[in-house]
Structures are given as C-alpha cells and as structure tokens.
Design a protein. Structure first.
Length: 188
C-alpha cells in the first residue's frame, strides 16, 4: 500500500511539474510576442493620442476654420552622418483650421547621391493630436543628387477641436521640429 501512495504522489508531482513548465513556456512565448508587438502598438498609441507630439495624417480639413489664431514655428536638425543642410520653413500665423503650405529647403553637400529621412515631433506634446499633415516630406525617404537643392513641402492644418482642450487654452504657438538622418540603406 505504501508503494501505491508513493506512486500516486510521484504522479501528482510529475503532473504539477508539467503544468508549471507549460505555463512558464506560454508566459515566455507571450513575453516574446509582446516584445515584437510593442513598437507597432506604441506607434498606434501615439498616433491615436498624440502622445509625444505625434501628429495626425489627413486628406483635408473637414471641420472648418475658427477665429482663434495659432503661430506654427518650424525647426530642423541634421545628424552628423548626413551631408545635408536643411533650412526650416518660416513661421506661419493663421486661423486654426486653415490649410497652410510651407517649404523646408534641403541641399546635399556631398559628391554622391544621398538618401535621408526625417523624424518629427510637435511641442507642446499635447498639441500633436491636433496637428494634421496632408502632405509631408517625412512620409517618404528623400534622395538628393550631388549638390542638389530641393524644396520639401508640408501641407498642414491645426484641428479646430484644439480650441475645446482647456489645457491648451493659453497656447499661442506650436513648434514642428524635424531631425534628418541618413537612411539605413545608405552605403557609407
């Protein structure tokens, strides 16, 4: 009878060990899956909430124009591995909801074609969700030929719903800042 009790106890222990091992395996697999999904999920979160100054993409402004004016300033920075000079667009002051077009000017100072791309942010961060781009050079990589200078347009508007956000009631200026980098596929 003692042997049967030991066998039963060993079987229960073995079964518990298998369940624990499988649970650990599923947890590890879930963590790996979440690690791979974290970047796209974070990007989606930022696009939906405007967190971190993430802007929105729009085809047009369907909400109209309101009387409140907003100044939009622009800033540009170029990474040291990109032989470009980029001149930011001049600030624009317009009514919220008005669609405006500005141009950055980029010049390739190298003796070979160079491809670059831009990342951006908006400050104050909370205004990012209201900043809508209809067209922007930041949507695609840009290749500039040796010595080439190009206009890089941005077509944008500020969503009139910004006026309903009490946290932004005193904001009179939004800054759109770009940092330009050499593309990963550049053979440096």
């Amino acid at each position: 009878m003692a042997d049967l009790t030991q066998y039963d106890s060993a079987a229960r222990t073995s079964s518990r060990n298998r369940r624990t091992a499988l649970s650990g395996l599923f947890i590890a697999a879930g963590m790996v899956g979440l690690a791979y999904a974290s970047v796209p999920l974070y990007q989606l979160f930022c696009q939906v909430t405007g967190y971190g100054g993430t802007t929105q993409v729009a085809a047009e402004n369907p909400k109209g124009i309101i009387a409140r004016e907003m100044k939009v300033g622009f800033d540009s920075n170029v990474a040291s591995d990109l032989p470009w000079k980029v001149i930011a667009a001049r600030p624009v002051t317009d009514k919220i909801g008005a669609v405006d077009t500005v141009n950055f000017v980029a010049t390739n100072y190298s003796d070979k074609p160079v491809t670059g791309h831009a990342i951006f942010n908006v400050s104050p961060d909370k205004a990012g969700v209201y900043f809508n781009k209809i067209e922007c050079f930041c949507f695609t990589e840009q290749t500039l030929q040796p010595g080439e200078t190009v206009d890089m347009p941005i077509v944008f508007f500020i969503d009139p719903e910004l006026d309903d956000n009490h946290e932004l009631a005193t904001v009179k200026e939004i800054t759109l800042s770009y940092t330009f980098y050499a593309s990963d596929n550049e053979g440096s």
